[in-house]
Design a protein around this ligand. Structure first.
Ligand code: GLC
Length: 740
């Protein structure tokens, strides 16, 4: 018997969304009266002003319009928010201008604090490799502390776009390919940024972005169209956003892309029927940079006035940088095309956040120079960055005990310009991090092993990748071990950084092969912001550490792992393809009627390459070894509503203490819609000394066993389920149970 959990979901079919109309924001006390007391005083111009957001000139994160009237508009109450303003002095100055307006409504300052403010943490995709939700909450909290100390009220993070396409440069901002894990990470980061109370001056508003399905852009091309089924939208791309609402996220940012012909910014279904309707979201929605105006280029509206009408009616509350609202909404209201109650609802949402942040009590409460001085780049945040760096590193290969260099007394040839590049350690979306404050690998190694033990050589030109072989080979000849840094540049991933070819530079791979001819151990540090392909290099490497872009403490964190001070524990949050032609490639694929098979034949395979990835989702080695036992079920048959209990024994069978992430996957073998061959539905991190053994326990309930059926209802269906446990998504041991 089919049972559904979320009745309102049933309304969420495109064709039969909730009745047209406005789901007014529900504001509880004590704010409802306060918000309405201000709203009643506002003119239509002043209301529209609250929905208008401009960028400052500190940095441009989109196409900048030359506009010298912003300050005057702020003084006239025609600006509700500014982005890209940072620092107590700058935010105070603009807030002073806002206090000159008739109603003295304070400005909201937003900024892309994606992985740190001044102290930079690993890029989010790298940090997701830690599989440490508490760590991700703590780094978000650290970033919020630093941002709030610099006058910022609102971060445009966390980005929670699931993506299965490594060609898309923005995979670096998210938490990878898995929806269930991505939902947990989204909640951890929202709670980190916002804490328990937005009135706490060490917290900031978070922003769930980019709503929705931005990561499904066709061919991995940024901003490209998205054409997916309703089922895929609800099964794969929406859940992290729903999880963010459940975690109390203060705001949403809609996305540049269209979904099945409707640009997200003008998409009433996802913004009103789902987000503000079925999900009951009472925060504010902001467009992405200029995305209201970009609906003209989409071919969805004829002009900026049409764009303003489409966006406000669809539920986009605030206009980032397209000037559509401030130049058209008044006329649209006066012409009766936009009922003023739509404006009022959007303004209520904005005013509510300003009240919750305490800005009406004190518009300058985030402008504390002394707090700014004592918080920015403080030791505790640097230590946190180093911890996050260590835990984000993934050991992809380690043969002949190449690593760790524990107790190493010899000389290290450290080769590769990336090992000496400060700007690259920041990664993309780290504009607030001061380049000189980044610790390079060279600095980290010299500090950890002694400057006299490190022989550095460029190996290749950082800008041109042209090989500089002689110097590198000389360094290798003088050393006992070779460590070589290869990969992408920081600007090869991020926004508008899609790439058709995700191989790392051929010269980098050639360098590794040549260095191997030196006869020394070759340890590779692989740097980048996305899954990369490096097939030519891999066989020559004795060890490969994926180090992403780790931020301020990068060099120290990498030295800690190479020296064995920290045993690497990272696991891949995204599949690493063996060939770009495999993309999109992900672990939770469908079986099909002719499942992939090694002999290919009539099966779901390529004729010319293998179907296996280079490294699967969830993969990551350790300096020690772990033995994960069979999954044990408390019983074979379970009733609906019972928590299915699964236990697994784990033993450290190696020479080093270490952390293992035991993963549990589930497959619903027969269902009313086909289900993936496996889906991550649990993970437990255990830290074990050599020889130590423990048991981990998983419980599976509706949230782990259910799915959206063809009618988009969330259901749990009876039948046989397979549970699979292991150290990654490939090496698993299975058991089955019946759900009645
Ligand atoms: C950018 C990005 C978005 C960011 C915004 C403000 O274009 O798409 O993620 O928050 O503009 O910088």
């Amino acid at each position: 018997m089919k049972r559904w959990i979320c009745p309102l979901m049933a309304l969420a079919l495109w064709g039969c969304s909730a009745p047209e109309g406005l789901t007014e924001v529900s504001i509880g006390e004590p704010y409802a009266a306060k918000v309405d007391s201000v709203l009643r005083l506002m003119t239509l111009d002043e209301k529209i002003g609250q929905l208008n957001q401009y960028t400052g000139n500190f940095q441009a994160t989109g196409p900048v319009v030359d506009d010298t009237t912003k300050i005057d508009q702020i003084k006239r109450g025609m600006v509700g928010s500014m982005l890209n303003i940072k620092g107590v002095a700058n935010t105070r100055e603009l807030q002073e201008y806002a206090m000159q307006s008739r109603l003295k409504i304070p400005l909201l300052f937003g900024l892309d604090v994606i992985h740190g403010m001044r102290t930079i943490y690993p890029i989010p995709l790298g940090e997701a490799a830690s599989f440490d939700l508490d760590l991700m909450r703590r780094t978000a909290a650290g970033a919020a502390r630093e941002a709030a100390a610099q006058g910022v009220h609102w971060t445009f993070a966390p980005m929670m776009d699931v993506s299965r396409d490594a060609r898309w440069g923005r995979v670096m901002e998210g938490s990878g390919e898995d929806t269930w894990y991505g939902s947990l990470v989204a909640q951890a980061r929202v709670k980190g940024f916002q804490g328990d109370d937005l009135a706490d001056v060490e917290t900031v508003m978070a922003c769930a972005k980019h709503f929705a399905a931005y990561g499904a852009c066709i061919a991995g091309k940024d901003y490209n169209a998205v054409d997916i089924s309703d089922l895929t939208l609800h099964e794969v791309y929406l859940p992290p956003f729903k999880a963010a609402v459940d975690a109390g996220v203060a705001s949403f940012m809609n996305s540049f892309n269209e979904i099945n012909g409707i640009p997200s910014t003008g998409n009433r279904h996802i913004q009103r029927d789902l987000l503000k309707g079925a999900w009951g979201f009472n925060g504010l929605t902001v467009s992405d940079w200029g995305s209201i105006g970009e609906m003209i280029a989409h071919g969805f509206v004829p002009d900026l006035k049409g764009a303003a009408e489409a966006a406000i009616l669809a539920g986009c509350d605030m206009d980032m940088e397209s000037r559509a609202y401030v130049s058209n909404l008044k006329a649209l209201v006066e012409e009766g095309k936009v009922p003023e109650r739509y404006i009022d609802d959007a303004v209520r949402r904005v005013l509510l956040k300003k009240f919750q942040l305490g800005l009406f009590d004190d518009p300058f409460r985030y402008c504390d120079l002394e707090r700014e001085a004592r918080t920015v780049l403080c030791d505790s945040l640097r230590a946190l960055s180093r911890e996050a760096g260590r835990k984000s590193i993934v050991l992809l290969k380690n043969e002949n005990n190449a690593l760790p260099l524990a107790g190493f007394r010899g000389r290290i040839a450290l080769i590769g310009s990336l090992a000496a590049s400060k700007i690259d350690m920041r990664g993309f979306w780290a504009n607030e991090g001061v380049i000189d404050e980044m610790v390079t690998v060279r600095e980290g190694f010299e500090r950890r092993f002694g400057a006299r033990s490190v022989i550095y050589a460029d190996g290749y030109d950082l800008e041109t990748n042209e090989l500089k072989l002689p110097e590198a080979m000389r360094a290798a000849a003088q050393a006992d071990v070779v460590v070589v840094a290869v990969g992408e540049r920081y600007f090869n991933s991020g926004e508008a950084k899609s790439r058709a070819d995700i191989n790392i530079p051929a010269t980098h791979q050639q360098l590794v092969r040549e260095l191997k001819r030196s006869g020394k151990r070759v340890i590779v540090l692989l740097m980048g912001g996305r899954p990369m392909i490096f097939n030519e290099m891999a066989p020559a490497a004795d060890a490969i550490l994926l180090t992403w872009w780790l931020g301020t403490e990068a060099g120290n964190a990498i030295a800690d792992v190479v020296a064995g001070d920290y045993n690497p524990s990272g696991k891949l949050p995204m599949t690493f393809p063996a060939h770009v032609g495999q993309i999109p490639i992900y672990y939770n694929y469908k079986s099909t009627g002719r499942p992939e098979s090694k002999d290919r034949g009539y099966s779901c395979c390529y004729q010319d390459i293998d179907f296996e990835p280079a490294y699967p989702f969830g993969y990551g080695l350790s300096y020690t070894t772990f033995e994960i036992g069979e999954p044990v079920l408390a019983k074979q048959t379970w009733k609906r509503g019972e928590d299915v209990e699964v236990t697994v024994r784990v033993k450290n069978t190696g020479r080093y203490a270490g952390r293992e992430t035991v993963q549990l996957y589930v497959r619903d073998l027969v269902a009313s819609v086909t289900r993936p061959v496996k889906e991550l539905r649990g993970f437990r991190q255990v830290y074990l000394e050599p020889g130590e053994e423990t048991e981990v326990r998983f419980t599976l309930g509706d949230a782990e066993l259910g799915f959206h059926n063809a009618a988009l209802e969330y259901v749990v269906e009876p039948g046989t389920f397979r549970v699979m446990v292991g150290p990654d998504s490939k090496r698993v041991k299975s058991a089955e149970f019946e759900l009645l």
